[in-house]
Design a protein around this ligand. Structure first.
Ligand code: G3H
Length: 251
């Protein structure tokens, strides 16, 4: 099955309104009318609304970095799926390693966030990935399997079209160390096999699995040449329009 590639730029905690609007406009200008790939931007929530105006008329998808599972109520510090939609977003990232590591979000909380996003019709990017310590202890597969099974717990097959998986080994994020294309391909193939065991083969074949961790203009082509790498979740290199444009236009 031919899956549409997805190149996602995660701006993390960067960009004022002015900076973000300028970067978004530069990215819009560098996008072609693709049929084989999609582009997504995830700015901080403070500028989602302004960036949505810049993206209007383009096919670029707008995402948040996180989402609450409730529509409204006493959840200080949280943003609901409908608030995100109101601001112009149609996707939410959940379970990013920085949420797991720095803010101690558990698999259970991440699962609630994902189910909340899907229930309100958002696309959900579920991030998973092992730490260096877990890798060195030989626990990579077990950690990824736990994160996938718990992250997708009670997500019905009917909502899996809204889900994207992002494999981001923590040791490769922001470090300049990229996992090799062989390492990533092998991991993605194993993840696809796991998804076919949890759901069914067709769902696994249709699921997009992104790689994240020091993706750059210089390594995107070789990563994207692999059968089970369906796109990239890009951090640092997404903050520069020239680098990100090159990544979007991978060959
Ligand atoms: O969400 C993006 C990832 O954390 C990767 O970040 P990076 O490209 O700066 O390594």
């Amino acid at each position: 099955m031919k899956r549409k590639a997805l190149i996602a730029g995660n701006w993390k905690m960067h960009m004022t309104v002015l900076e973000g609007c300028r970067l978004a406009a530069e990215i819009v200008a560098s996008c072609k009318d693709y049929t084989d790939r999609e582009v997504l931007l995830a700015p901080p929530c403070t500028i989602i609304s302004e960036v949505s105006h810049i993206l209007a008329g383009s096919k670029i998808i707008l995402s948040s970095h996180n989402v609450c599972w409730e529509e409204k109520g006493a959840f200080t510090g949280e943003i609901s799926p409908t608030m995100l939609q109101d601001a112009g977003a149609s996707c939410a990232i959940v379970g990013h390693s920085e949420r797991r590591q720095v803010f101690f979000e558990s698999d259970e909380v991440i699962n609630k966030r994902l189910k909340g996003a899907l229930a309100f019709g958002l696309m959900g990017i579920l991030c998973i990935g092992e730490t260096l310590e877990e890798r060195e202890a030989g626990n990579t597969q077990a950690v990824l399997e736990r994160q996938v099974r718990k992250g997708l717990a009670d997500v019905p097959a009917s909502q899996m079209k809204q889900v994207v998986l992002a494999y981001e080994p923590v040791w490769a994020i922001g470090t300049g160390v990229t996992a090799s294309k062989e390492q990533v391909q092998e991991t993605h193939a194993a993840l696809r096999q796991l998804i076919s065991e949890i759901y069914e083969k067709d769902i696994a074949e249709g699921l997009r699995i992104l790689y994240g961790g020091s993706v750059k203009a210089t390594n995107v082509d070789e990563l994207m040449s692999q059968q089970d790498i369906d796109g990239a979740l890009v951090g640092g290199a997404a903050l520069d329009s020239i680098s990100f444009a090159r990544i979007i236009n991978f060959e």
